[in-house]
Design a protein around this ligand. Sequence first.
Ligand code: UDP
Ligand code: MG
Length: 173
Amino acid sequence: MCGCSEPRTQGNLVEHIIFVMERTLVILKPGCLQRGLVGEVISRFEKRGLKLVAMKMVQLDEEILKVHYAHLLDRPFFPWLRDGMMAAPVILCCWEGYSAVQVVRDMAGATKASKAVPGTIRGDFSLSAQENVVHTSDSIENAEIELKRFFKDEDYCDYKSPLDPFKYAPDEY
Ligand code: UDP
Ligand code: MG
C-alpha cells in the first residue's frame, strides 16, 4: 500500500517501480519438527520482517505429496522423499512481505544442504539433500499454486502490522 504520490527519484532518473507484496509457502518438514527447530526457523522469518498470515500443522499423505512433488515422481529417491515427508506432521506457513518469494528462497539456501551457504537455514541446520528442514516456493507462480493447494481463503488472517513504517519506506508497502 503506497501512501506516497511522488515517484522515487535518483539523480535525474525516476523509478517507476510498483512495489508488490508477495506471499509464499514454507513447509517446516518433519525433521524440523522432530529436531526442535521450529522456533528457530520461524524466528528467522520474523526477524527478517516477514509477516505470518496463515499457519497450520498437518499430517501429509501420499496423495498430496504426489501432486506437490510431481516434478520428482519419476526420480529414484521419490519413495524416500515421500516417506520422509510423512514421517511426522509438518507445519505449513504463509509468509508475506516485499519480494517474499525470492527472499524466503534465499533464506532457505541450496537444495543439497551440504552445499548450502552458512547463514541460510539449510546451510546452518542440515547436510542432507533430502532432509533439508524446509520447503519454500520457487517462483511467484508456484507460490500461488502451492498456497491454494494447502490453504483455504478462510485460513488467512488479516491484521495490521504496526511496525511496517519501521520496516519499509512509504512506497514499499
Ligand atoms: N530432493 C532429494 N534429492 C535430490 C533433490 C531433491 O531428496 O537430489 C528432495 C529434497 O527434500 C528437496 C525436495 O526433494 O527439498 C524437492 O526438490 P526440489 O528440487 O524442488 O528442491 P527445493 O525446491 O526443495 O530446494
Ligand atoms: Mg522445489
